[in-house]
Write a protein that binds this ligand. Structure first.
Ligand SMILES: O=C(O)CCC(=O)C(=O)O
Length: 302
């Protein structure tokens, strides 16, 4: 069969919609919101519908968007107050709510954004006391057929546990530490400059519950961020590492995971409380990738 006859995405992903349509992206996670222009004036009832779909399915995506940074910020603010990322060198100077992820360089050699971000399983800002509720990532430039992102559904991961394991996990806390991420992933990769002492001082280790109840759905999920977790509180080092290893292998099972193949103009919105994600490191310096992220605070939302 000629290769032209293959279609990578399910055909319905590429069909436009004459009216607003919400349709599942995969059995694991996600809803595609089709027939929706982010730039429009949106009734609160419509925003509420999106909030509900997000809380239930952990991941929304909107294809074919054409957004300025201000338009992305305005839409994101309909869901809550925005964070300014602690790695502030990568926030847009005149609009610091936009955090730039990119492997591109300016003519003077300065990075356009943060290279190699999130190339390990994590959920955003799990290393702060009130972790972010959601993040929106907008694809401005993507290398063809590379640089996909994996998303995993942590409700499903919780639901699949046996009763004794759920009982054991209930009430456990885990230490999440941004400095650990820097030491383990960022510094060895050498793609971006390490966080400064001042930035690390703003992000001391925090304890997070291993099982979270989502305030909107009332459902339990595993709150797991492997790139940031260092210690299960109250367990000895061997026990703690065994539990962390188990959590990584359990939560990343294929049936909980969807792989997003980016197209320019995609806006993806994920719920950080009930999902985690991992950007794939399968492209080189000449495969240009440029994304803008907005991040919603974890307080006073929903
Ligand atoms: O670049 C990506 O695909 C994901 C980046 C990421 O992990 C993040 O923004 O938290």
């Amino acid at each position: 069969m000629a290769s032209e006859s293959f279609s990578v995405n399910a055909p319905e992903f590429n069909q436009t919609c004459s009216e607003l349509t919400l349709r599942p992206v995969s059995p694991a996670i996600g809803i595609e919101v089709c027939g929706f222009d982010i730039r429009g004036e949106h009734e609160s009832s419509l925003i509420d519908t999106l909030k509900e779909a997000l809380a239930e399915h952990c991941f929304l995506f909107f294809r074919g968007q054409e957004l300025t940074p201000n338009e992305q910020v305005s839409f994101s603010q309909r869901f809550g107050k925005l964070e300014k990322h602690v790695l502030n060198d990568y926030n847009l100077k005149d609009l610091p709510e936009i955090y730039v992820l990119s492997n591109k360089k300016e003519n003077n050699g300065e990075p356009v954004g943060r290279a190699g971000a999130g190339q390990y399983w994590h959920t955003d800002l799990s290393y702060v006391k009130n972790p972010s509720f959601g993040s929106l990532l907008y694809a401005i430039e993507v290398p063809p057929n590379k640089g996909d992102t994996l998303f995993a559904n942590m409700y499903r991961a919780y639901d699949a546990l046996s009763e004794p394991m759920r009982d054991f996990f209930e009430g456990l806390k885990v230490v999440h530490d941004f400095a650990h991420t820097q030491r383990t992933y960022i510094e060895p990769a050498g793609l971006t400059k390490p966080a400064s002492a001042e930035q690390l001082a703003k992000t001391p280790p925090v304890e997070q519950p291993l099982v979270r109840v989502h305030p909107k759905t009332g459902r339990k999920s595993l709150y797991v961020s492997p790139g940031m977790m260092t210690q299960v509180v109250g367990l000895n080092a061997l026990e703690s590492q065994a539990i962390i290893n188990f959590l990584v292998s359990h939560t990343t099972q294929p049936e909980f995971v969807y792989r997003h193949r980016w197209q320019k103009g995609d806006l993806v919105f994920w719920d950080n409380w009930a999902s985690m994600h991992c950007a794939l490191d399968d492209y080189g310096p000449d495969d240009h990738r440029l994304m803008h992220r907005t991040t919603i605070e974890g307080q006073n939302v929903l």
